[in-house]
Design a binder for this molecule. Structure first.
Ligand SMILES: Cc1cc2nc3c(=O)[nH]c(=O)nc-3n(C[C@H](O)[C@H](O)[C@H](O)COP(=O)(O)O)c2cc1C
Length: 181
């Protein structure tokens, strides 16, 4: 008689979920960040990063309980001495995919210029471009039509970041249902 196979934990049979790092910057569209986290959580393991400005729009208490939200404070409070883990490097290693939604004009400009003065931009500056990075710029039409926006979008696309073309203004308006900001 064959020896019975050990019963496998059903959770071991489930395919592992992709790890998505969702990031919000200081566009008024960040009021939708909570919904975004909820939708992604249905099929992915989600961690979140928020810039200081975005916290004016993101209601932290409404985020799904399994989504950890990291801010600039965590970057510094988790590091005490040489040898300690550095949060932006750990997040960059952890994530399979990064999505910055919404992407403010300011953070777009910083990414295009290689600046890294907060947790979000440090993750991007350390990003492994063999892994996908998507951005959803969201800003007032006056900001969007400013010549800087097109230049910055061109640069980030050359880096391998996926996002809308600069002429896709109508699509963006629809995506974020812009009212003001
Ligand atoms: C009420 C309000 C709404 C704003 N909405 C937007 C916006 O939709 N898009 C944008 O790019 N900037 C917007 N801004 C400006 C950004 O918040 C500002 O440039 C900030 O420095 C962005 O910081 P961050 O890129 O580090 O998140 C808004 C500012 C205020 C006060």
């Amino acid at each position: 008689m064959a020896t019975p196979e050990p019963v496998q934990d059903s959770s071991m049979l489930e395919p592992s979920r992709p790890r998505v790092l969702l990031a919000a910057s200081g566009s008024v569209a960040a009021i939708k960040f909570e919904s975004l986290c909820r939708v992604f959580s249905e099929w992915a393991e989600v961690r979140a990063v928020a810039t200081k400005s975005s916290l004016h729009f993101v209601d932290r208490s409404s985020l799904p309980s399994d989504v950890i939200l990291y801010t600039d404070d965590d970057e510094w409070s988790s590091w005490k001495k040489i040898g300690d883990e550095v949060l932006h490097i750990e997040l960059r290693k952890w994530a399979d995919i990064m999505v910055i939604a919404p992407l403010s004009a300011n953070t777009l400009a910083k990414i295009a210029g290689g600046l890294c003065d907060n947790l979000l931009t440090c993750v991007v500056r350390a990003w492994d471009y063999k892994k996908p990075l998507f951005v959803a710029p969201a800003m007032n039409t006056f900001m969007w039509s400013n010549p800087f926006t097109g230049r910055h979008i061109e640069i980030v696309k050359q880096l391998g970041i996926a996002g809308p073309a600069h002429h896709e203004e109508a699509g963006l308006r629809g995506l974020w249902e812009r009212r003001d900001g």
